[in-house]
Design a binder for this molecule. Structure first.
Ligand SMILES: O=c1ccn([C@@H]2O[C@@H]3COP(=O)(O)O[C@H]3[C@H]2O)c(=O)[nH]1
Ligand SMILES: [Zn+2]
Ligand SMILES: [Zn+2]
Length: 252
């Protein structure tokens, strides 16, 4: 069964043209929001959507362009009694998320004392598949981004790799394709400059053709138009466009 991906945004943290790199994944009546950055409320609005349509929200790591919209999301749902959003995230992210300054407005006097008071928190273990809906499974893979900061990329339906922001990991990509059956790679991409915390286009271009042709680029800067046609086999993912993704689970 096909699942559907719609990026709310495909921009990096500093983009003024593209919303934050957050996504909606749909399987029939179920909708997963992958990351909820500062621009997520505005991006949902641009699509004529409401957070009420989202069943669960997953957080890959604690940066403003991935979590900065959670306060507004919680606030939207707060209007309706007994409708806490389910938050899926690695156990290691729970406390850092609650302590993040962007969530501080939720720490009201006499108000919630933990993330679990605001969200229905579901801790996920890395390297463990979870079935989220009839045609959607998800596994967290811890990947390097910034030193000392836990960050988790996603393996969807056993064959789609969705990168959280990560530094260049050629061995991981080869392993995923050769040993885990990955057939599509949605990868963050820093178009120019040195990649200190992200993977650069130059690095992705150095991968073998068999890997490059599986890659679609996301989390890019406003310079993107200049790079169109100069990314080899790798296409840019476009925000707001709906993409059908394969379901290659063995039991699908
Ligand atoms: O000059 C700089 C470089 C980076 N940063 C932060 O580092 C983060 C790296 O991951 P990200 O792309 O999700 O978001 C970025 C920003 O939050 C910054 O604030 N100023
Ligand atoms: Zn980011
Ligand atoms: Zn980041």
């Amino acid at each position: 069964m096909t699942i559907y991906l719609q990026m709310l945004g495909t921009g990096d943290a500093f983009s003024t043209k593209y919303y934050n790199n957050n996504a909606l994944l749909r399987d029939h009546g179920y909708t997963l929001l992958i990351d909820c950055g500062v621009t997520a409320p505005q991006a949902m609005n641009a699509l004529g959507k409401s957070f009420r349509e989202v069943n669960e929200t997953l957080v890959t790591h604690i940066h403003g362009d991935h979590i900065g919209g959670l306060k507004e999301l919680a606030h939207t749902l707060d209007q309706e009694p007994a409708s806490k959003m389910t938050l899926l995230l690695a156990e290691t992210l729970i406390e850092p998320l609650w302590q993040h300054p962007l969530l501080e407005p939720l720490h009201r006097e006499g108000g919630p004392r933990s993330l679990a008071d605001v969200f229905n928190v579901k801790p996920l273990k890395p390297d463990t598949p979870y079935k989220l809906s009839p045609s959607l499974t998800l596994e967290l893979i811890r990947t390097p981004h910034m030193p000392g900061k836990a960050s988790y990329s996603l393996l969807l339906n056993e064959c789609i790799f969705y990168s959280a922001d990560l530094t260049f990991q050629p061995e991981l990509l080869l392993h995923l394709v050769h040993n885990r059956g990955v057939t599509k790679i949605l990868h963050d991409c820093q178009l120019s400059g040195r990649g200190q915390v992200h993977t650069t286009l130059r690095e992705l271009m150095s991968l073998p053709e068999e890997i490059r042709k599986l890659i679609m680029l996301m989390h890019y800067s406003d310079e993107k138009p200049k790079f169109e046609g100069n990314t080899g086999e790798m296409e840019f993912l476009e925000q707001q466009v709906v993409y059908g993704l394969p379901d290659c689970r063995k039991d699908a």
